[in-house]
Ligand binder design. Sequence first.
Ligand SMILES: *Cc1c(COP(=O)(O)O)cnc(C)c1O
Length: 357
Amino acid sequence: MDLAAIVDNWRTLSALAAPAQCAAVVKADAYGLGIAEVAPALWRAGALTFFVAHLNEGLRLRALLPDAVIYVLNGLMPGTAPDLVAARLRPALGSVPEISEWSAFCRAAGESHAAAIHVDTGMERLGLSLDDAVRLSDSRRLLGFEPSLLMSHLACADTPGHPLTLRQLSIFTDVARRFPGVPASLANSAGTLLGRDFRFDLVRPGIFLYGGVAVSGVPPLRSVVRLDARILQVREVERGATVGYGAAQRMKRRSRIATVCVGYADGLFRAAGATDAKPGAEAIIAGRRCPLVGRISMDLASVDVTGLPDGAVERGAMATLLGEGIGVDDLAARSGTIGYEVLTSLGGRYLRRYVGG
Ligand SMILES: *Cc1c(COP(=O)(O)O)cnc(C)c1O
């Protein structure tokens, strides 16, 4: 895990977004990369505002960063206002009942506690309806607390030219005008790249910090993860023999197969395996790209190393699944998924090394 690359990526986005503030989204254990290492590195680089999804993630982050501003994107679970306030966490309030509960808590305590108001502009997942947002803006002084952020989330920013993106921008711009003095935030990584209009007062990048593709067709920033797995043995396989569970791939020639110590329990998706009908993912061994063969097992995968010179592959050597030109999104494409899922699925059995930062 290259913390220096994450920090560099944050600095790049921060410079692009200025004068808007650049926050960092570190939900799901910093997209699987390790919040305990990633968040302090970003804080040292100058990030002041962080987003997590759950209360528990917020509590963990508060222990790591006593002075950061921390928002909890999934909002206010019933009865958890005291826990949020005790840890100075700010929920993204995304429904009328959540706002009522937070207001009641603040009034009972006689204190205003900061929270974000999340307005839906077309995602239909979390957030106030426009009608509710308008009603709220008319009765803001009855709230009992001062909103510290007005936010919404883009549904299609990763797809250039999607009409929903411009519609969301126009709706959010109108709503933001109704909340003068409240900082506004619309953009995730992809939205940040879309241009000044999308950046408002604060941007909320996640995937772009971690070396993933944010907008299809736009190259990622510095890659962050390298994933190596040991070769356990190299075997000769006769022409016509099949490799692995289900005999899913039959060798068309006499082959050398390296059996590698990584499987779907480690987040190498079973969908990235190969069959006679479709190729799978690739691994780099001895500097060369080699195809995976047959199904991926829980703890093992097989790689065809027939093309490598004799003696180039040894028991105990490494196969690289991510890095050296294989990006998170390359592996994702071979697995029928997105870079986000590859990162957040990285398993718990790896030895993790953090460098830089
Ligand atoms: C996850 C998330 C982000 C970050 O999205 P990326 O596409 O990873 O940049 C921003 N805002 C909200 C509301 C999110 O849920």
